[in-house]
Design a binder for this molecule. Structure first.
Ligand SMILES: Nc1nc2c(ncn2[C@@H]2O[C@H](COP(=O)(O)OP(=O)(O)OP(=O)(O)O)[C@@H](O)[C@H]2O)c(=O)[nH]1
Ligand SMILES: [Mg+2]
Length: 662
């Protein structure tokens, strides 16, 4: 039963079970034990203790010491799968919701960076076997392994006696207004947990004729009223029940669809809390979906990104991630690593019974995995741009058309425009999407010396905005060209140039030569009518470079000629901005598929580095033990991306960024 209104400090706790196999369970007497038995024990104990950060090294030490004692391999079948496939996972569902996370495979035992890592369940094609997923490929079913899995007798499968259990500490049924409190015609309150249906029925009265003892069927919608404990009607509602496992969280889920606006939803939510639910924490529904194996970690992160998407391209990218893009790519790489590991482990334990390792083929496999990682990493920049967007400050002297440019670019009248120099006094923001990248434009006060206190403060704010922006666009009057006043502004922001001690701007910069229509008018041959629509602009002249001092030439990555007046040059500005931000492919396609986020990219980089070390060990012909150490590190890092191997604090970090109700 749920704990009414109970709040727990942490949604998660990590428990580690490390029963050691009794000596009789070991297939070999210690005196004759092959190195693999002891290696497995060492690995198990260190993993379970969660304190030793060098389980792998320890495994290696045991191997070496037994090798030096001249221990011979025992009479096991020399197949890779028999060595690496664990026993069926140990089921341990104690009271409370608890994710039984698969027995720590060698990769988990290799955890060196986190105090406690675990293998999440339900990963498609992943390394960790789900307890509900008996027929899914078990851990370590290597390419060479055609055997029937674990022989169930010690060996490396002894590590399966260690398991890590993640639990939410309670069986609370949680509830939240998942549509937020803003105005809208419908608000939805979601309940999730074992008692979702009984709690919902305390607060729901079906309309029409229903028998006493009526229970709603799964995936049907019922009309009725929501009531409080005193049977006061709170709202007319629709009730939707989604029984486990066919729901977002894979638990029993009930939704009340009530009238929007916040008041009705708030009253229904209160009634549900009184009936025994507790308010959900940010991201708790999605956390449960992850813990119940409904989503992998990368998919869970995509949910948050989809909700927070600011442009269609960002939403497309998040959706591609939610549909399994990142997870599928990483699972493929993990499988390749596991196959390799199985090959190497087999050689370690049964060297004499197996043909020697095909080193060129091995190198090819390592390179293939690295290429996959590099390909995934190439999406990181686009992903970061789509998620975070760019902050772009428009600076320059008064009256060059900064505010006009912002209005033209955002197709709005956001900023006041007059011919009076010093019109803009404060920093003004406007949003737009450039090739799918969410851009925040900052229009600033024209920079000049002024005795006016308000204007002086405005100028200081302009300089601060330029210093903090991701990209700075300096606007000059294209008809007048680069003037002494522009040079003065340049010095005030870039000092002796980018990278110099006097430079205040950290981001890259573009130069915009605005009022190109006036320049075209001036250049128009006599007799050609130059109209306000810019019809006289000589196309050959549009790209004419603006004469600039050398330092400025080096500072501005591109110069774009625009006319805010007749909206010319804006596409070139889009392209220049995207090129500068490192996202030309976004400009070309208008969107991207899945992209890795910073957390995933960091883990992928670690995996790539481990594979580099592996390649070096292979090239240096170091003992096989060294190879497996790096391969396991690569495997572990890949598991962190999908959540197959992840530390509790990483989960805390990921889910704390979710909004309430997701
Ligand atoms: N012909 C022409 N006039 C322009 C163009 N852009 C701006 N202007 C005019 O230039 C004047 C100043 O424009 P603003 O956009 O207010 O200039 P600003 O740089 O924001 O000026 P401050 O806010 O004072 O710093 C207005 O009269 C605009 O109509 C352009 O591309 N062509
Ligand atoms: Mg202005």
């Amino acid at each position: 039963m749920s704990t009414t209104g109970a709040h727990h400090g942490s949604a998660l706790s990590l428990q580690v079970y490390a029963p050691r196999p009794p000596p009789s369970a070991l297939p070999f007497a210690p005196a004759a034990a092959p190195s693999r038995v002891l290696a497995a024990q060492a690995s198990t104990s260190h993993c379970c203790a969660g304190a030793d950060t060098s389980a792998l090294l320890c495994t290696h030490r045991f191997r070496t010491s037994w090798a030096s004692l001249g221990a011979e391999p025992g009479p096991c079948t020399p197949s890779a799968s028999s060595i690496t496939a664990p026993s069926p996972p140990h089921r341990s569902w104690a009271a409370g919701r608890r994710r039984r996370l698969a027995a720590a495979p060698p990769a988990a035992a290799a955890s060196s960076s986190s105090s406690a890592s675990f293998s999440a369940p339900g990963r498609r094609g992943g390394g960790a076997a789900n307890s509900d997923d008996e027929d899914s490929p078990a851990w370590g079913a290597g390419s060479s392994g055609s055997g029937s899995g674990s022989d169930g007798e010690g060996g490396r499968s002894a590590s399966s006696s260690s398991c890590v259990v993640l639990t939410t500490q309670d069986e609370d049924t949680i509830s939240s207004i998942i549509t937020g409190l803003s105005a809208g015609s419908v608000s939805i309150i979601r309940l999730s947990g074992t008692d979702a249906v009984p709690i919902a029925l305390k607060a729901f009265r079906p309309g029409g004729r229903f028998r006493i003892g009526w229970k709603p069927a799964s995936h049907r919608v019922y009309y009725g009223t929501a009531v409080d404990g005193d049977e006061n009607v709170l709202d007319e509602v629709l009730l939707l029940v989604m029984l486990s496992p066919r729901s977002y969280t894979a638990e029993d889920v009930v939704e009340f669809h009530c009238h929007g606006g916040g008041v009705c939803a708030g009253r229904v939510q209160r009634a549900l809390i009184e009936a025994g639910a507790r308010p959900a924490k940010p991201g708790e529904f999605t956390l449960r979906a992850f813990l119940n194996g409904r989503l992998d970690l990368a998919q869970a992160e995509s949910v948050s990104e989809l909700v927070g998407a600011r442009t269609a391209a960002a939403a497309d990218s998040a959706l591609a991630g939610l549909r399994g893009g990142v997870g599928a790519a990483v699972s493929g790489m993990r499988r390749q690593c596991l196959d390799l590991l199985a090959e190497l482990e087999a050689r370690l334990d049964f060297d004499e019974d197996l043909p020697p390792i095909d080193v060129p083929a091995l190198k090819g496999q390592i390179e293939a995995i690295q290429a996959g990682i590099e390909q995934a990493l190439r999406t990181a920049r686009a992903g970061s741009l789509l998620r975070r967007g760019l902050q772009v400050a428009i600076v320059g002297r008064p009256n060059v058309g900064k505010s006009s440019l912002l209005n033209a670019w955002t197709n709005s009248d956001r900023a006041i425009v007059t011919e009076i120099a010093g019109t803009t006094r404060d920093v003004l923001e406007a949003q737009l999407s450039v090739g799918g990248v969410p851009v925040t434009l900052l229009d600033t006060a024209g920079i000049r010396d002024s005795t006016d206190l308000v204007e002086r403060i405005g100028v200081e704010r302009s300089q601060a905005a330029a210093a903090a922006a991701d990209v700075v666009i300096m606007v000059v009057d294209g008809a007048e060209g680069w003037t002494d006043a522009d040079a003065e502004i340049y010095r005030s922001l870039w000092g002796d140039g980018p990278g110099s001690a006097t430079c205040r701007v950290r981001g890259p910069a573009l130069l915009v030569a605005n009022k190109d229509d006036l320049r075209a008018q001036a250049a128009a041959p006599a007799g050609v009518a130059a109209n306000g629509a810019g019809g006289a602009t000589a196309s050959s002249d549009e790209q004419a470079p603006l004469p600039l001092p050398l330092l400025a030439k080096e500072t501005f990555t591109a110069t774009v000629r625009t006319s805010a007046f007749n909206r010319k040059g804006l596409e070139a500005l889009d392209a220049a901005l995207l090129g500068l931000a490192g996202a030309p492919q976004l400009a070309a396609s208008g969107g991207v598929s899945w992209a890795v986020n910073e957390r995933q990219a960091e883990a992928l980089v670690r995996s790539h580095e481990a594979l580099m070390r592996l390649s070096e060990s292979v090239a240096a012909d170091l003992p096989l033990d060294f190879w497996t150490i790096d391969l396991r590190a690569a495997l572990l890092a890949l598991g962190e991306v999908s959540g197959d191997e992840v530390a509790e604090e990483v989960l805390d970090n990921v889910f704390s960024r979710f909004c309430i109700g997701k």
